[in-house]
Design a protein around this ligand. Structure first.
Ligand code: ADP
Length: 523
């Protein structure tokens, strides 16, 4: 222990310093603080010591250490007072250490009226990091003039070490808290979640993922490869490998849908990359959302549509046939002829609807006719030429800007793509008043074919845009009120384009016009 007034470091002081450096090995904040304060008191032969940890803006009330017995309530009261009027407050405000040689005369020393512990002298140092006071340590002695400049320097050395140790422990505490938060969040999510390293080894999972793998606990799973489990090797692994080959991408997550035949469930899978600022790509986060109910509903709807369309054909044909028969027997001038005409038109309309319904289903199910290389520029020109008469009937102007001279031939289903282009042009005409303008553009850029149709028609309110490609979706708008249609055309366009691995898009403003388009990979 240091001797009062000693100017040279003693062996005991050096031993103490080595003990202080041991603080750095502790990660538990409470233990670091307790040891630090004990060592500080020991180093200068203080009879009592206290430490207030300052947590950025205020005293961290959970971390006040005093080497004398005080109830928590009492220590809060004392700390408030000394920070207000006492030595620790002075040190905190001035950010510098202070020695009080005579506590009776030095006004920085606040004497509690009910305190029977006599203080002769005191020493107080701030623990500083980045210009911030992290903590304040106060040491007292019953005699006056106990503390010397040497004590102050020794304490400063201890304080420096203790500051780093406290900071370490605080950071470790914070990391642990964040880790616990993350784990709680992971477990709270009902989706299957995997965190993988760059090679596909499992680093972290939630309970739903453990169950998906057929394991009771996460402990057996960590470190294993995604391919080690039959439930993932057939479903997830191929997708994961595709994503791996695609990396480093733009950072946008990959989204796929997979069906686990073993579990008889469908999942929407999203794979995102997680990166470390220093090391770059570190691995992947895989989230699997169970969409079985949605898919079952969708399959049920498709099946119902298919059955209904087939079963309705026969009675419809009968109705149309009998209407024709009756018409033959009737006087051509009879008013019943008009009624029969309404029946005929209605059955035609219903037949049209059934055609549209079955067409989307057919495009979804049947293989694409990919026998030939198609010149998409020439196809666009053909479609423009064929739709001209229709557009002319509404006195609309149709212009085409087809920059497709050097376009390579592409293997696509010609009939389907023709239909997609036609649909966009006829829609533009349908939803644009007489005398409007329609502009068709086709070009190639970045290895993709771009096709768009722009009109200056009625436009689409923004809330409808996200749904416009869904089947049976129509905008209920007075201006489009009498335009016939079933809301299946754009769904067909999307189905066709997606089957060709392309994408559809739309931009529109009410009263100004719409622009629909798609792009396809040229390979
Ligand atoms: P349909 O035209 O048979 O109703 P679509 O699927 O082709 O079916 O279109 C769905 C809806 O999208 C239409 O009912 C219409 O409200 C809107 N729409 C499509 N094209 C345009 C367009 N060019 N301008 C404005 N609205 C459009």
């Amino acid at each position: 222990m240091a001797q009062t007034g000693a100017q040279q470091p003693t062996f005991a002081d050096l031993e103490l310093l080595s003990e202080v450096s041991q603080l750095l090995t502790l990660l538990d904040l409470d233990r670091v603080l307790q040891r630090a304060i004990r060592l500080a008191a020991k180093s200068v032969g203080a009879s009592k010591a206290s430490l207030f940890l300052h947590d950025e803006f205020d005293v961290d009330w959970g971390h006040i250490f005093v080497t004398r017995d005080m109830t928590p309530d009492e220590s809060v009261r004392v700390v408030r007072k000394v920070l207000d009027k006492g030595l620790a407050g002075w040190v905190l405000r001035h950010r510098q250490a202070a020695i009080v040689h005579d506590a009776e005369t030095d006004e920085r020393w606040y004497v509690f009226p009910d305190d029977d512990y006599k203080v002769g002298s005191a020493l107080c140092v701030p623990l500083m990091m980045n210009q911030q006071v992290l903590a304040v340590v106060t040491l007292v002695h019953p005699e006056k003039n106990h503390f010397t400049e040497y004590h102050l320097r020794l304490l400063m050395i201890i304080a420096n070490q203790a500051t780093i140790a406290i900071r370490n422990a605080q950071l470790f505490n914070r990391l642990q808290a964040q880790q616990r938060q993350l784990e709680t969040v992971l477990q709270a999510i009902p989706d299957v979640l995997f965190v993988l390293d760059v090679n596909g080894h499992i680093l972290m999972i939630n309970d739903a993922a453990a169950e998906f793998l057929g394991e009771q606990t996460a402990a057996n799973i960590i470190g294993k490869h995604l391919g080690a489990y039959s439930s993932t090797s057939s479903t997830l692994l191929p997708i994961f490998e595709a994503a791996q080959n695609d990396t480093p991408g733009t950072g946008a997550p990959w989204a796929f849908e997979v069906r686990s035949e073993r579990k008889k469930r469908d999942y929407q899978v999203v794979i995102s990359v997680w990166r470390d600022v220093v090391h770059g790509l570190e691995g992947y986060v895989v989230a699997m959302h169970d969409v079985t109910t949605l898919r079952d509903l969708s399959r049920f709807k498709d099946e119902m549509l298919r059955i209904a369309s087939h079963d309705l054909r026969t009675p419809l044909a009968l109705i149309a046939g009998y209407a024709d028969l009756i018409s033959i027997d009737l006087d051509p001038q009879s008013t019943t002829q008009e009624h029969l005409e309404v029946i005929r038109r209605s059955t035609e309309r219903m037949n049209g609807l059934l055609d549209d319904l079955l067409r989307v289903e057919q495009v979804k199910r049947s293989p694409l006719e990919l026998h030939e290389e198609v010149d998409l520029g020439a196809l666009a020109a053909e479609v423009v030429a064929e739709t001209r008469p229709l557009v002319a009937r509404k006195n609309q102007e149709l212009s085409a800007d087809l920059q497709t001279a050097a376009l390579p031939g592409v293997v696509v289903d010609r009939a389907l793509l023709r239909r997609a282009m036609e649909n966009l042009i006829t829609n533009a005409s349908k939803y644009t008043p007489e005398g409007g303008h329609i502009r068709v553009r086709a070009s190639a850029a970045d290895g993709r074919f771009h096709f768009s149709v722009e009109d200056d028609g009625i436009g689409i309110p923004p809330e409808h845009l996200p749904h416009i490609f869904e089947s049976f979706y129509r905008v209920k708008d007075a201006r489009a009120g009498n335009v016939p249609g079933f809301g299946l055309g754009l769904n067909l366009v999307r189905t066709i384009i997606e089957r060709h691995k392309g994408e559809v898009w739309v931009e529109s403003q009410v009263g100004i016009g719409s622009k629909f388009g798609f792009e396809l990979p040229l390979k």
